[in-house]
Design a protein around this ligand. Structure first.
Ligand SMILES: Nc1nc2c(c(=O)[nH]1)N[C@H]1C(S)=C(S)[C@@H](COP(=O)(O)OP(=O)(O)OC[C@H]3O[C@@H](n4cnc5c(N)ncnc54)[C@H](O)[C@@H]3O)O[C@H]1N2
Ligand code: MOO
Length: 398
């Protein structure tokens, strides 16, 4: 059987980062920057007030106390968005709002809470320190500074600074578009009634969610029947400009294996057994004129889920231009004894609790409810068949 690591290596060697494109800011959440972004201006662009209050010359109000407030005329009023009067003359103040430009000569802002809030004259009853509540031009970013580097994953905060430096579009690798197809004549869409021998289709929902969580966009097509020709037609029809395809089911040793039967003659998808439990039957290759990578995952729901974590997720990372490799593991102590088949690496579902991990009840690869109660995969190496309680094990947090 093929080792897990060899299968992942083969996949990572075959998939390439998606070409960058000029993307609108509204479409870049989850994309990965393909340029260094510099700021054309300083941020803040001008000295401005950090509080609603009064721009003053600190020396004018240094003697202010609760008992003896200093009374000064309000010479001007500057809301945010207005240009400041050129200068605040000694012995007067300018009323300012948060974000308003500071008038020349002002060296402190007195928050309105330290005053009587006057608009013609103001009584200030507490002296500000020099520079109080002033945000200096360029203290966040200087003009020409690189604010984000190529390879950065764009999240909400990164979107904030892109907009903050005035960018409407950026060059970035878009999120991979993934077509998700599930196969099986026994499958019925949730929401519809079940007939005899039928079950509700769950893999396509789980895999679409996995794709989205992994930073991709997904298109779902559930319950393609068990006819290889119909499967191939559906695949070809939906392939379009997808960056990757995931299928579930139809790849093992049964009499009706539409995915395997449809794709094997193409010669571009390899079906093999990978030394793991669950998820032993695997297929990977390329389809269509654009050599779109295809992952044919086993139909058992837990097998599909684990295969995504081990193989598809790293591949999507590579396609996004992010560092890609096996899932991150932590070490924990198992609270119970574990069993694993000889020659296969097990990924047992478990619950991680600090430095301890407990396997969930029900390790069968059809046990969706048990999977839903887990938040980690406990890794048992190929040659290990029994792990006593209290042993340190590697764990993949989910
Ligand atoms: N004789 C053998 N039988 C099986 C072997 C084997 O080596 N020899 N391998 C077993 C293993 S391991 C797995 S995993 C499965 C993989 O089978 P397929 O990928 O062909 O999947 P199916 O046969 O279509 O389905 C398996 C199982 O999962 C249920 N299923 C499938 N798709 C969905 C879905 N979208 N939503 C919910 N449930 C789904 C399906 O009803 C079956 O119960 O093969 C073993 N057999
Ligand atoms: O390898 Mo299968 O994936 O056990 O259920």
């Amino acid at each position: 059987m093929k080792p897990v690591d060899a299968h992942l290596d083969e996949i990572l060697a075959a998939v390439r980062p998606i070409d960058p494109a000029e993307l609108d800011l509204d479409d870049v959440l989850g994309a990965v920057l393909a340029e260094n972004v510099t700021s054309p201006v300083a941020l803040p662009p001008f000295d401005n007030s950090a509080m609603d209050g009064y721009a003053v010359r600190a020396a004018d109000v240094e003697k202010a106390t609760e008992e003896r407030p200093v009374l000064l005329p309000v010479a001007a009023d500057v809301p945010a968005g207005e240009q400041a009067p050129r200068v605040v003359e000694p012995g007067s103040v300018t009323r300012v709002m948060t974000g308003a430009p500071l008038p020349e000569g002002a060296d402190a802002v007195v928050p309105v809470e330290w005053t009587d809030g006057g608009t013609v004259r103001v009584a200030i009853h507490r002296p500000p320190a020099l520079g109080n509540a002033i945000r200096r031009s360029g203290e966040d970013v200087r003009a020409g500074d690189v604010v984000l580097t190529a390879g950065t994953l764009i999240g909400p905060a990164q979107l904030g600074i892109l907009a903050g430096v005035g960018r409407r579009t950026v060059r970035a690798r878009p999120r991979p578009r993934v077509l998700v197809l599930s196969t099986g004549a026994e499958l019925v869409d949730p929401g519809l009634p079940l007939g005899p021998g039928q079950i509700w289709e769950s893999n396509s929902f789980m895999l679409v969610a996995s794709v989205r969580q992994a930073g991709g966009e997904a298109v779902r097509r559930s319950a393609v029947g068990d006819d290889p020709a119909a499967f191939l037609e559906t695949l070809t029809g939906l392939l379009g400009d997808a960056d990757a395809v995931i299928t579930s089911g139809g790849i093992s040793m049964g009499a009706y294996e539409p995915v395997k039967e449809a794709l094997t003659p193409l010669g571009t998808v390899r079906f093999e057994k990978v030394a793991m439990q669950p998820g032993m039957p695997q297929g990977f290759g390329a389809v269509g004129t654009r050599n779109t990578p295809i992952f044919t995952l086993p139909g058992n729901p837990v097998s599909s889920f684990v295969s995504f974590v081990l193989f598809v997720r790293p591949a999507l990372d590579r396609m996004r231009g992010l560092p890609a490799g096996p899932p991150r593991t932590v070490t924990a102590t198992t609270t119970e004894a574990l069993r694993s088949p000889d020659g296969r690496r097990s990924y047992l579902r478990g619950v991680l609790n600090g430095a301890e991990v407990a396997p969930v009840r029900g390790q069968g690869s059809h046990r969706l409810a048990a999977l839903a109660g887990a938040d980690a995969l406990i890794v048992v190496p190929e040659r290990v068949t029994e792990v006593p309680a209290g042993t340190a094990v590697e764990v993949i947090p989910l």
